[in-house]
Design a protein around this ligand. Structure first.
Ligand SMILES: [Fe+2]
Length: 543
């Protein structure tokens, strides 16, 4: 089989890992990585080593889903101990960086009292010198920002921690990825390589374009002992061919969660890519990799949450993305890593930073970045954008998880963009408390009531309705609910019909129906074709 051209099987997972943990953005940006490794990872490991039974009981309890518990039933403790020791031994820089950030916070709280900060520079911990700027906000609260671009050039950017796990999946079950590391197993090949390695692109291309096995084996440097397993990831059978959309309409395809593909015969736009695998039985119909075009003109990322910016999907798509649009932020604040820098650091060469009300135009399409409010626990995080996509005279509004706390924002936006034809709105309206995602970054634990009151919550019915009142859509789709089985490992969400997000979204859908607005909560897959001109709008629901 080695010299025959072969295809990569559609259920091969190309899983990026960082020191054996699922790779997400806060493990890439050096400062957030330091705090997540030393707090989130070490706390979970120590807790597990102290009482593995408690973790086993917690992961078996659906109410504890998404909590800081390792889902490793029956795994020997020695492997977790070894992971802990290896991390401490191999990443002293991250531990030192985390300690220095803590020390700098303490210094500023104790000594920055409204007078000049200049004398404090000499007291900044040595390893942080030259990487931070100290400042006050206008109310004299001291803080600091990182020169993040310099941090990516420093010893704290640990490319050597990056690896790719290759394995075949035959179901959608995976442990919650922020709490459970990936231990070695007999079915997985682990390849130490930076995520910028172009061999990842070559491998991903093989889903459609075959290569001789020996060529990709050599390109990736597969060890001799792994070759028999490596060979099982490939097949001589060609995949189902992709058929480019060549009609005159606008085709919307929902791929699950917030992942939507917009195509016309001239262009393609993919939002918040999260692509499921294919080639094993599933109860839920879904589009997959085979349904993506050969090249994607624009990929749009709405915000820096782990279920909206998935490296596991983005890296295999990297070779086909022409432009990657992300919210631009240049704050250098710990809680808001700069996405353009982060993505360029892992080999994306075509990242475009977009700001609120900025536009990109091509063919008959205009993409406008819009304010994204809420869902970030009232932290000063700017890496978030909603998008208005106008093709011809037809317009779609992608609101992601934006929580409409102040409708006036969107009334102002409406003055600029007018009514829209379709709204996509996330309604995960309860959301996790602040500490769930941002806890490791806090210098001090928040009081319980504050933590619980500041949530990663999207819009409820009333807030969604305010958007309807402003933009007068003909259709509204609730999406980004984290419900598809292939993303439970990252969303940790499992609703019942009594769950508030379901109750609230049902209510909004009902009210829209009474007003003659087509409304639905999306799940699995959906395809809709739109006429380009709103006055002759017709809808063909194919699936
Ligand atoms: Fe979110």
């Amino acid at each position: 089989m080695t010299s025959e051209p072969v295809f990569l099987k559609p259920n091969v997972v190309i899983e990026p890992l960082i020191d054996s943990w699922y790779a997400w953005t806060h493990l890439l940006s050096p400062a957030t990585a330091a705090l997540n490794v030393t707090k989130r990872h070490m706390d979970i490991i120590d807790s597990y080593l102290h009482d593995p039974l408690a973790h086993a009981q917690a992961v078996a309890n659906p109410k504890m889903r998404g909590g800081p518990f390792m889902d490793l039933p029956g795994q020997p403790l020695e492997e977790i101990k070894a992971l802990r020791e290896r991390t401490v031994r191999e990443r002293p820089g991250l531990f030192a960086l985390a300690a220095a950030i803590k020390e700098l916070n303490t210094l500023l709280q104790a000594q920055a009292k409204g007078y000049s900060l200049e004398p404090l520079y000499q007291k900044v911990p040595d390893i942080l010198k030259g990487y931070v700027e100290l400042y006050y906000d206008l109310s004299n609260n001291p803080s600091f920002r990182f020169f993040e671009s310099l941090l990516y050039k420093s010893e704290f950017h640990c490319e050597e921690a990056q690896e790719i796990a290759l394995w075949l999946t035959d179901n959608d079950h995976r442990p919650f990825c922020l709490s459970t590391p990936r231990l070695p197993d007999a079915h997985t090949i682990r390849m130490r390589m930076p995520f910028s390695h172009r061999g990842i692109d070559d491998l991903a291309r093989m889903k459609r374009s075959p290569l001789p096995l020996e060529k990709i084996r050599d390109r990736l440097g597969i060890a001799a002992g792994d070759i028999p397993l490596f060979e099982t990831f490939f097949t001589a059978e060609p995949p189902r061919p992709y058929r480019k959309y060549d009609g005159d309409k606008i085709r919307m395809r929902y791929f699950g969660h917030a992942c939507i593909l917009i195509e016309t015969k001239e262009l393609s736009i993919l939002l918040d890519p999260l692509i499921s695998y294919y080639g094993y039985p599933s109860d839920v119909d879904h589009f997959s990799d085979f349904d993506l075009p050969e090249t994607i003109d624009y990929v749009l990322i709405t915000h820096n949450h782990q279920d909206h910016i998935l490296l596991e999907t983005l890296l295999p798509l990297r070779h086909k993305i022409r432009h990657l649009i992300v919210p631009g932020s240049k704050g250098g604040r710990l809680e808001d890593p700069e996405l353009p820098l982060l993505l360029r650091a892992i080999g994306f060469r075509n990242v475009v930073a977009m700001d609120e009300m900025e536009k990109v135009s091509f063919h008959d399409c205009v993409i406008t970045g819009l304010p994204f409010t809420g869902e970030h626990c009232d932290l000063n995080i700017q890496s978030k954008l909603c998008y208005h996509v106008e093709i011809g005279k037809f317009s779609l509004l992608f609101m992601a998880d934006s929580r409409i706390m102040e409708p006036a924002v969107y009334s102002h936006v409406h003055r600029e963009i007018g009514d829209v034809d379709v709204i996509f709105l996330g309604m995960e309206c309860d959301g996790a408390p602040l500490s769930w995602l941002y806890g490791p970054l806090l210098p001090r634990k928040l009081p319980r009531e504050q933590d619980g009151g500041r949530r990663l919550a999207g819009s409820d019915c009333e807030k969604g309705l305010s958007l309807v009142d402003i933009f007068h859509p003909r259709e509204l789709y609730v999406y980004a609910m984290g419900q598809e089985p292939w993303l439970e490992f990252i969303s940790s969400i499992k609703y019942t019909e009594d769950s508030n997000p379901i109750v609230q979204s049902d209510k909004l859908i009902g009210i829209c129906g009474q007003r003659g607005i087509l409304a639905e909560r999306l799940f699995g897959e959906k395809e809709i074709l739109y006429e380009r001109k709103p006055e002759s709008l017709s809808i063909n629901v194919i699936s």
